[in-house]
Design a protein around this ligand. Structure first.
Ligand SMILES: O=C(CO)[C@H](O)[C@H](O)COP(=O)(O)O
Length: 258
């Protein structure tokens, strides 16, 4: 069924104000950055905010003015949830192996500092998220305004830096993070009520959350962690995003650019 693209201001408010914030940021990020005639390969991230990125792409697909272009887009997922979002919105799913060069990618973040450095991996998808975002010519972040720190990473996101590790190396990495790199704490992420034992990522790895307090130099910390044997990737996304959209519950959106 064909439909015109809805204007976000004309849509009914969502029950949860935070969802309004996420929707407003995501819709505006797509509307302002997607070049329908130029972009062909689109990265779609993970988390609760990118749900609205996929939804907006799906709306464009149904609008006769854009169907011709959007039906030819190939979407590259950052994990299982993201793959599901692409399919549920009627978009074409592909893989990073088939499209190692991505035109534009959209993803959420757990924290964004004043220099637009990010902590990601709260949803345990950080390796594939980094693979996709660093393969993209343009990487756009979408988040609700709680994710914006007034200065350093680690200010608002207190769970620690997510780090994906090879399972057999987790004890060694925990030790090296605490003893070698001075982490205040480092813990394997547990599945909680939904799974006994550790969270297992889409790549069959474990996640360690390591608290380094406020992070003045994310690049240096990322480099040090990355050198530890057993570390696959860190949740510090440095010099990667070019623009961030922060939604507020009243539907207004603030932006930050590089
Ligand atoms: O990095 C991520 C998953 O690994 C997410 O992008 C991040 O956790 C933000 O999620 P949300 O949009 O639900 O706040």
């Amino acid at each position: 069924m064909s439909q015109s693209i809805p204007d976000v201001a004309s849509l009914p408010q969502l029950e949860n104000p935070l969802e309004n914030a996420k929707r407003a940021a995501s819709y505006r990020a797509v509307d302002e950055n997607l070049k329908f005639k130029e972009h062909k390969v689109i990265g779609v991230g993970s988390g609760s905010t990118v749900v609205y990125i996929a939804e907006r792409l799906g709306q464009y697909l149904k609008d006769p003015e854009y169907t011709e272009y959007v039906s030819k887009f190939v979407c590259i997922p950052t994990g299982f949830q993201s793959q599901d979002l692409i399919l549920k919105n009627g978009l074409q799913l592909s893989s990073i192996e088939q499209h190692p060069k991505i035109d534009i990618a959209f993803d959420g973040a757990d924290e964004v500092d004043v220099n637009m450095q990010l902590i990601k991996g709260g949803g345990a998808c950080l390796f594939q998220e980094k693979l996709v975002s660093t393969s993209a010519d343009i990487f756009i972040v979408v988040a609700d305004s709680r994710k914006r720190s007034s200065k350093y990473l680690g200010e608002g996101w207190r769970q620690g830096v997510p780090i994906e590790v090879v399972p057999s190396a987790y004890v060694r990495v925990l030790h090296d993070l605490k003893e070698g790199l001075g982490a205040v704490s480092a813990n394997i992420r547990e599945g909680g009520k939904s799974k006994a034992g550790p969270v297992v990522t889409d790549n069959n790895n474990f996640i360690i959350d390591a608290d380094f307090g406020e992070i003045e130099n994310p690049y240096e910390l990322h480099k040090q962690i990355k050198l530890l044997v057993g570390v696959v990737e860190t949740g510090l996304f440095v010099d990667n995003a070019v623009k961030a959209y922060f939604g507020n519950p009243d539907g207004t959106v603030a932006t930050m650019s590089k």
